[in-house]
Design a protein around this ligand. Structure first.
Ligand code: CTP
Length: 134
């Protein structure tokens, strides 16, 4: 019997929106098992310069509850991508095309697929919209 094909993807998934859902659904279609690395609060602060609205445990719980997701874990460092790919036995790494080309170095251990972002929605835009809505 063929081995199940594992897909891995990463993100903050703060203020969860339909762009997040679509990338997770499309990632899951590329294999049999989807593992999602959710950025730790500290990593998010370093990466985006702000505290996420929802804590890492809340974001983990939301992503873990999605039907296409088989397993979640906390992504503690951007430098550990290779270790996570190996640890979870990923055959495919999926990233949004905002990262196009940035993860090609992992093509030696897995397929790397960049998916087009869902247009006109982002956590940053939502926060700005909600902040200005009072
Ligand atoms: N994503 C997507 N389409 C969008 C927004 C995000 O496909 N409109 C994807 C990203 O490419 C990434 C994943 O969702 O693979 C998680 O992205 P994240 O950075 O958490 O979400 P953003 O909405 O882009 O957040 P921010 O505005 O803070 O950058």
């Amino acid at each position: 019997m063929a081995q199940p094909r594992t897909v891995i993807t990463f993100g903050t998934f703060d203020v969860f929106h339909v762009g997040h859902l679509r990338v997770i659904e499309r990632a899951a279609e590329l294999g049999d098992r989807l593992v999602v690395g959710v950025s730790a609060d500290a990593l998010n602060l370093r990466k985006k310069g702000r505290e996420p609205v929802f804590s890492e445990s809340e974001r983990l719980a939301i992503v873990a509850a999605l039907k296409p997701v088989h397993e979640v874990f906390l992504e503690e460092s951007l430098e550990l991508k290779r270790d996570y790919i190996v640890q979870f036995g990923a055959d495919v790494l999926v990233m949004g095309d905002d990262w196009e080309g940035r993860f090609d170095e992992f093509r030696d251990i897995c397929e790397v697929v960049y998916l087009p972002r869902t247009p006109a929605i982002s956590t940053t835009a939502l926060i700005e919209k909600i902040s200005g809505a009072s």
